[in-house]
Design a protein around this ligand. Structure first.
Ligand code: PMP
Length: 369
């Protein structure tokens, strides 16, 4: 046993609000078909791997020095990428980067949330929003979605006015349900929210809708758009998230970020990966087409399918979703039980992986629905 094995978690002087909690995270199981964490199933192309390797090799010569604390070169590259991707003209001053968009969200909560403050989200949505809120002692306010998982804009406006949250999360496309927020609705919600509005666009590259960055020109005093290289960009292992906002928001985050939070290696690798954006994003059209195929085939097999604008699909309705999840796993297909009654979420994989999933789903339809 390791030194200190006799010390029990319960006996530590842990914060009261952390007692009894379990860490967030999907099971990391070694199975043939892993469709549970919304990654891009395609590994980076050889040119990208070579470029990252060379860039990291070059950066390694500087490892005795701290990195650029402000990651200016990387932010410049991200601004160029995001400007091209969204059509909104952005510069390095509008961009901020961190180790995954989870860290971006945490920094936002540290700066704009905290004890005595509140954050509101429309649930079900990304479960890290309440967890990061609680980690920063920001009170979480769950507001309901409609039964079809869309947001009822009139009801949402009322709850935003009544509860006046310091931070409002809008996730578009929404994880785990898949829909984007219509641009008019998004504008209405941003207008109605009294505090900071974080539009979490982790899956935006898969969506046909315009980015919320188009609202930055008029709503820079409250709007933040969060993005990640983990999904469409096939860089989940690289841990690089970023945001677009008014420069003052970036100034605010510099008050809470740890100095040198993005390593020399992370910055170099992300910049190299960004040089191959065209090739990486080539997979997006294919994955979107596969998503449409998976939705159609699930529906044909008798499943109830929530229309998705992202690279995953929420489907059901199972009499017992946890048991159905296990049945998929028994057949070598790892999907996600996101805790929504009667439903499971599947990430879109390669066509072969999707075929395997659909085969199992077809077999199970008769038994589990
Ligand atoms: N936002 C949403 C909606 C997500 O689904 C995820 C990944 N599950 C993230 C943010 C965080 O991803 P990352 O930290 O890898 O950028």
């Amino acid at each position: 046993a390791p030194v200190g094995a006799e010390v029990e978690l319960e006996s530590l002087p842990l914060r009261d609000d952390l007692r009894g909690k379990s860490p967030y995270g999907a099971p990391q199981l070694d199975v043939a078909v892993r469709l549970n964490t919304n990654e891009n199933p395609y590994p980076p192309p050889p040119e990208l791997v070579a470029d990252v390797t060379a860039a990291v090799g070059e950066a390694a010569r500087e490892l005795h020095r701290y990195p650029d604390r402000d990651a200016v070169a990387l932010r410049t590259d991200l601004a160029a990428y995001l400007s091209a991707q969204t059509g909104t003209s952005l510069t390095a001053a509008n961009l901020w980067a961190a180790n995954g968009s989870n860290e971006i969200l945490q920094q936002l909560l540290q700066a704009f949330g905290g004890p005595g403050r509140t954050a509101l989200g429309f649930v079900p949505s990304y479960s890290m929003h309440p967890i990061i809120s609680s980690g920063t002692q920001t009170d979480w306010i769950p507001a309901p979605r409609r039964d079809d998982f869309g947001i009822d804009v009139d009801a949402a406006r009322r709850v935003l006015t009544e509860r006046a949250p310091d931070i409002t999360f809008l996730t578009s496309p929404n994880n785990p349900t898949g829909q984007s927020i219509d641009p008019d609705d998004l504008a209405a919600l941003v207008d109605a929210a009294p505090g900071v509005v974080v539009v979490d666009e982790a899956y935006a590259e898969f969506s046909a809708f315009p980015s919320a960055t188009t609202l930055l020109g008029t709503h820079g005093h409250k709007l933040v758009v969060s993005r990640t290289m983990s999904k469409a960009f096939a860089f989940a292992g690289g841990r690089l998230g970023y945001l677009a906002a008014a420069p003052a928001v970036v100034d605010a985050l510099q008050l809470v970020r740890l100095p040198y939070h993005l390593s020399v290696l992370s910055q170099a690798a992300a910049r190299a990966a960004l040089r191959h954006a065209g090739a990486t994003l080539g997979s997006v059209a294919l994955l979107s087409a596969e998503r449409d195929r998976v939705m159609a085939e699930l529906a044909a097999a008798g499943y109830d399918v929530v229309p998705s604008d992202a690279n995953f699909v929420l489907f059901g309705r199972f009499a017992d979703a946890p048991r159905a999840w296990s049945s998929f796993l028994d057949q070598g297909v790892l999907i996600r039980d996101v805790g929504i009654a009667e439903r499971l979420r599947v990430t879109i994989g390669t066509p072969e992986e999707n075929d395997t999933f659909l085969q199992v789903a077809g077999d199970l339809a008769t038994k589990e629905l």
